[in-house]
Design a protein around this ligand. Structure first.
Ligand code: NDP
Ligand code: PYC
Length: 341
């Protein structure tokens, strides 16, 4: 995860930051519920130090809304298609309001059938994925989500980019602590982190991407301008990225990462794809034992020397932010305020 900009950092109360983001999104064409859902997501990412998907993303939302590429007023259409299956047509709007619209039905189905699927299509996802799964684990459920993005990753063994950065997020309850959560791009680095490295003038480690000639490069601009990212972990990350294309696009009715053409919408940044969320009620397996078994797993990992769980850095940053305010660079805060004018 990249560090924030080098300009001095100020601390802003979470509610104040969220209200500012909501006002910006409404000012640039989102309805109140859409702006509220996106502002909550984005402020939460900034709170947790998930900088590649915090306030850094707001100019991208704004330019996308201005381009007419996304419908900031879309009203998601929820269909109850089977005992364990909910479909949502996001109407060319954002995925987060689509999840919000279907969430109660999804949880009801997961609790009655033991498992339920939410398939969102015709949707734009421009955010971190963990905010979509973590709340299920807070309610004692296990959740897995995948979303595909835009062509910028070369499949392992191929010559040209095809896949998106295609993240996978997972959340499970754990007795006596915050849920176990991981959220990772299947590319060697998230596109947002490459953009931040380019902005900060930093070189990348080897193995992240290639330039326009397909040659390995550590220069973020060469990746962003005609080059491409690589999957993480060679053929293994590539297979996971392929799986994300199948689950998030083929299964939901959404676009594959290469299927949309935003060239007629200068300023458009948000991938128009699909998202799948699978929710499992672990009480159907062994009553209340799952969260306790999660605890045992964590303790065994710690016993063999693990000092850092996935999600732990975010939870630490969250604690500080809730106490002292959310860290935002002065430059970014000024930039945000300009978007209200
Ligand atoms: P990272 O590589 O920063 O982190 C991936 C996961 O590994 C996190 O859960 C992180 O926990 C954990 N982790 C990191 N370092 C360690 C460590 N040393 N030991 C144990 N666990 C560790 O994330 P990515 O760069 O892959 O992705 C960043 C974000 O980009 C994600 O939120 C993802 O959803 C988003 N994204 C969104 C896309 C979209 O289309 N909407 C596309 C691609 C990415 P922790 O969080 O605590 O650091
Ligand atoms: O960081 O790879 C990324 C990304 C793509 C779409 C939203 N975030």
């Amino acid at each position: 995860m990249s560090a924030p900009s080098t300009s001095p950092v100020v601390r802003v109360p979470l509610a104040e930051l969220q209200a500012l983001l909501q006002a910006i999104l409404q000012r640039h064409g989102c309805s109140q519920p859409v702006a509220a859902a996106l502002a909550h997501n984005c402020a939460s990412a900034q709170r947790d130090g998930a900088h590649s998907h915090g306030v850094f993303r707001i100019p991208g939302y704004v330019s996308t809304l201005a381009s007419g590429w996304v419908d900031g007023q879309a009203e998601p259409q929820v269909s109850d298609v089977a005992s364990g299956y909910v479909r949502v047509d996001a109407g060319g709007g954002f995925a987060q309001p689509a999840l919000a619209a279907a969430r109660a039905l999804l949880v009801e189905k997961a609790r009655s059938a033991g498992i339920a699927v939410l398939a969102i299509h015709n949707s734009h996802h421009f955010a971190a994925l963990w905010p979509d799964v973590e709340p299920f684990a807070d309610e004692g459920l296990v959740a897995l989500s995948v979303v595909n993005s835009m062509t910028c990753v070369v499949p392992h063994g191929a010559r040209k980019p095809l896949f998106g950065t295609n993240p996978i997020a997972f959340a499970a309850p754990c007795a006596g602590s915050d849920p176990i959560v991981f959220d990772m791009a299947t590319s060697a680095m998230a596109h947002g982190d490459v953009q931040i490295a380019a902005r900060e003038g930093q070189l990348l480690p080897p193995g992240i991407g290639v330039d326009a000639d397909g040659q390995p490069t550590c220069e973020p601009k060469a990746i962003l301008e005609g080059g491409a990212l690589l999957p993480f972990g060679g053929h293994k990350g590539s297979a996971l990225s392929m799986m994300v294309e199948l689950l998030a696009a083929a299964l939901t009715g959404g676009n594959f990462s290469w299927e949309f053409d935003w060239s007629g919408h200068p300023g458009a940044k948000t991938p128009w794809t699909g998202q799948l969320i699978i929710v499992i009620d672990p009480s159907k397996a062994e009553g209340d034992r799952f969260a306790q078994r999660s605890r045992e797993l964590v303790e065994q990992m710690q016993a063999v020397g693990l000092t850092r769980m996935p999600g732990e850095r975010r939870y630490r940053e969250r604690e500080v932010a809730l106490r002292d305010g959310v860290a935002v660079s002065e430059d970014e805060l000024q930039g945000l305020k300009q978007l209200l004018v």
